[in-house]
Write a protein that binds this ligand. Structure first.
Ligand code: 9MR
Length: 476
């Protein structure tokens, strides 16, 4: 990830808030749903079994040194049904010098997966990063043969043992242009088709994937991936799926996540969430972990809602072994398990989204007509001509809300330019903020957090009156 351009985290909760109780409802919810480790690991309540009951997998990534951590391996082997080696199948490990292959580190992880009846995602055959310098230093005319030999040798070694291969990882820049790496420079965009065909020839049954980050929502980079997939499929190039890494920032799940996944499955490929984490500013707070829990549930619900979404893999098992703090200083706590491998609210929300505790055929209680009771808390963070506003809607009534539309009036001069976790329309005046596929259901006491960016002309106040489906909400 050295060349990665991270999305800059925007400052959160730095500005004015209304109500001393802002975020307390979510905090209480999070605390109440934190499961002790013993319960989280009980038979029948694992993420793995819950996911499999829904027809998807839940996976994790581990590295060779993680195999020495008994707390980590106990969770990996019981809670997850799919395993990705974090580093050991990458080119710098598997072919550090030309023609000299080393599969020993990855083989240890494969053995761990097999011993725990887990499936495996191979990661990754062709990537600009963790690429030995002998490859990037080759004359262009030799790169194709080196790439094909690498793919053939590695995919043959693991033939029949893997569920999927990330054949090409991170081929695009943020603007949707191809990354000018050794492969593109030598072969042009045709390196992708060549890599996929070579992998298919080596292992006819493994699922072949392209994998990238920052392609989860609709944007120029996901457009580029979409156009590539479309073109490859029209040429009959073997391609089974697209991996969406999903390295998220808490509170910033793209509102177009589901629509984006669906446009890919419409092309005839599967989609998978391959490296999920959701970083928060350190130290984590009850509120930020509650937001993270809501995001994790959002990811699970999105995958469940998209036919052709085959599963979700978290990148690492717990906060202690996550790559985030090393790459994004000041951020961390990005996984479902804390530094002591205790499940966090995100574990509970994921399990709940997968149907934990709901019996065989959950059927939400319909909203009582006219019975909506609600509370809205919020905070605004403003600068020269812009602001962001975080809002939390809590169901304070006795009935489950199935789909919400929150109406409020924006102060004069404010114009919405973007939103997360809700769809807002129009951009000025009387606004309706509507739930998305994954956060519309609010059981009594449950909350949904969403927000928006806006421009302003001087008035940076929060809206003062909110109403849910026609009934005014309390504002703490
Ligand atoms: O988790 C991996 C970390 O240990 C390595 O230092 C890093 C080097 O690039 O790669 C990490 O995994 C990356 C994955 O292979 C591809 N997507 C981004 C991941 C995080 O950087």
């Amino acid at each position: 990830m050295s060349v990665r351009t991270p999305r800059l985290p925007r400052p959160r909760h730095a500005g004015r808030a209304f109500g001393a109780a802002a975020f307390t409802a979510v905090a209480a919810l999070a605390a109440a749903t934190l499961l002790p480790t013993s319960q989280a690991g009980a038979a029948g309540t694992t993420l793995r079994s819950l996911a499999e009951a829904k027809g998807i997998y839940f996976g994790t990534a581990i590295t060779q040194s993680d195999l020495n951590n008994s707390a980590l391996t106990a969770i990996a082997g019981s809670q997850f049904g799919m395993l990705t080696p974090g580093n050991e199948m990458k080119w710098d490990t598997t072919e550090p010098s030309r023609g000299s292959f080393n599969f020993a580190p990855a083989d240890r992880i494969v053995s761990f997966a097999q011993a725990n009846s887990m499936r495996l995602r191979g990661h990754t055959l062709v990537w600009h990063n963790q690429l030995p310098s002998w490859v990037s230093g080759l004359p262009a005319a030799q790169v194709k043969a080196a790439m094909e030999n690498h793919i053939t040798t590695e995919a043959t070694h693991y033939k029949g043992k893997l569920y999927a291969w990330d054949v090409v990882n991170e081929p695009f820049n943020e603007d949707g242009s191809f990354r000018a790496d050794a492969f593109y420079n030598a072969m042009g965009s045709g390196f992708v088709a060549d890599a996929l065909r070579t992998a298919r020839a080596a292992d006819p049954n493994v699922k072949l994937y392209l994998n990238d980050y920052n392609i989860e929502g609709l944007n120029p980079k996901s457009d580029a991936m979409y156009n590539l997939v479309k073109s490859l499929k029209s040429q009959g190039v073997p391609l089974d799926g697209v991996g969406f890494q999903a390295h998220f920032i808490a509170g910033q799940l793209p509102s177009t996540f589901k629509a984006n996944l669906q446009r890919f499955t419409a092309l005839g490929v599967n989609v998978a969430i391959t490296e999920l984490d959701d970083r928060v500013q350190l130290p984590a707070t009850t509120a930020s972990l509650a937001q993270q829990a809501s995001d994790y549930a959002g990811v699970v619900n999105t995958c469940l809602a998209v036919t052709g979404c085959v599963g979700i893999t978290q990148w690492g098992v717990g906060d202690a072994d996550s790559w985030i703090p090393g790459t994004f200083p000041g951020y961390g706590a990005a996984t479902m398990y804390d530094a002591n491998y205790r499940p966090k609210p995100a574990y509970t929300s994921s399990a709940t989204a997968l149907g934990a505790g709901t019996g065989p055929s959950p059927s939400p209680t319909p909203t009582a007509p006219g019975g909506a009771s609600c509370k809205v808390t919020g905070a605004v963070n403003a600068w020269n001509t812009g602001l962001t506003e975080d809002l939390t809607l809590t169901n304070t009534g006795p009935s489950t809300i199935n789909g919400w539309s929150l109406a409020f009036t924006l102060p004069a001069g404010q114009t919405v330019t973007g939103s997360w976790n809700a769809s807002l329309t129009p951009t000025t005046g009387q606004i309706a903020a509507t739930s998305l596929s994954y956060n519309g259901t609010l059981a009594p006491g449950a909350s949904a957090s969403f927000g928006f960016q806006a421009t302003h002309t001087g008035n940076t106040s929060l809206p003062t009156v909110f109403s849910l489906n026609g009934t005014p909400c309390a504002t703490a």
